[in-house]
Design a protein around this ligand. Structure first.
Ligand code: ADP
Ligand code: TRP
Length: 320
């Protein structure tokens, strides 16, 4: 039996943080043997926020290096840049014409941005449809994402159903794959870790950066020897990602002081990050190899979507 198709993307909109890793990328790495895995760099999506040429192209390059350093294997999976498959933009147009404005206005991510005072572009509004196109064009079975992206997968399912109803059975309905244990990684201020909040611990951070981030995690006035419930502490929520041995947990319940806890956390994060940091530096220095990986991935992805798009154009009535 052939493997099920797993597809996901991450926007190249800045430095990856540990929330991205534990919430998303780790799953891709763990699942790449079990599934027919396709991972892409969502550069079309990124243009909704990054409109600086140098910055965007640097971000794209950086994220490929990040993925390779984290263990995605381009020999096993299809690793590609979204914009190398212009058919997703074409499919987005067809879906646009089937989707109503009030329906899209229900998107949480969109509503949040507007509530935060952002004047939305048409592209931002259309973001979920572009995402549906990414998923449906490849007939993905499963889409691993963080909790915050779940609604977007539901949108993709609705759009697939609508297309199938109007034009006949064409698209598979995808399932989200949410890792519940680390559903949301908190940032250094206790809110969801997010680059837009500036509360991140970067994934390839230097020791100095790790120190600075950990030191900024707020604690309360309880001193050493006072008992703390680890589950209430941001410090422990982060610590358990890097070291989930019972000793660490027991430390907090037995009155570990915040200063000592932070020092242990810095050491544990650094021990985890240091080898990744080195590997990433080696990869990034080999530009020809990195560009070769992207070119190979683009060829594979183009071949994958060709037939589906022929079928779509045919069903819509564009082929005479
Ligand atoms: P950010 O919030 O920093 O902008 P993105 O929205 O680019 O991050 O998220 C990229 C991927 O990482 C998504 O799949 C998202 O669900 C996941 N992710 C981001 N932040 C977290 C977090 N704090 N906890 C768990 N998963 C996260
Ligand atoms: N919206 C996703 C995020 O911010 C990125 C993304 C774009 C994606 N297209 C996708 C994820 C398709 C999964 C499948 O995390």
């Amino acid at each position: 039996m052939s493997k099920k198709i797993l597809l996901s993307g991450v926007q190249p909109t800045g430095t990856l943080h540990i929330g991205n890793y534990f919430g998303a990328i780790r799953q891709f790495v763990d699942l790449q043997d079990k599934y027919d895995t396709r991972i892409f760099i969502a550069d079309f999506h990124a243009i909704t926020t990054v409109q600086d040429k140098e910055l965007l192209s640097r971000n794209i390059y950086d994220i490929v290096c990040d993925y390779l350093a984290l263990g995605l294997d381009p020999e096993k999976i299809v690793l590609f840049q979204q914009s190398k498959i212009p058919e997703v933009a074409e499919l987005t147009w067809y879906f646009n014409c089937l989707t109503t404005v009030p329906y899209l206005e229900r998107a949480h991510a969109y509503k949040d941005k507007v509530a935060n005072g952002k004047e939305p572009s048409v592209g931002l509004f259309d973001y979920p449809i572009l995402m549906a196109s990414d998923i449906l064009i490849q007939d993905a079975h499963v889409v691993p994402v963080g909790q915050d992206q779940k609604q977007h997968i539901e949108f993709a399912r609705d759009i697939a159903e609508k297309f199938n109803r109007v034009y006949g059975e064409t698209f598979r309905l995808p399932e989200p794959l949410i890792m519940d244990t680390v559903a949301i990684v908190p940032g250094t201020d206790g809110r969801k870790m997010s680059k837009s909040y500036g509360n991140t611990i970067p994934l390839f951070a230097t020791e100095e950066e790790i120190k600075k981030a950990v030191m900024s995690i707020p604690t309360d006035s309880r001193g050493k020897d006072e008992v703390k419930n680890p589950d209430d502490l941001v410090l422990y929520q982060i610590h358990k990602l890097f070291n989930d041995t019972p000793e660490i947990r027991a430390g907090y319940t037995q009155g570990l002081g915040y200063k000592d806890a932070k020092e242990m956390l810095i050491a544990d994060i650094n021990a985890w990050i240091a080898p990744l940091r080195e590997k990433r530096a080696e990869i990034a220095a080999d530009r020809n190899m990195v560009l070769g990986v992207l070119e190979y991935g683009a060829q594979q992805a183009r071949t994958i979507v060709e037939e589906k798009m022929k079928e779509v154009r045919e069903k819509i009535g564009l082929i005479l």
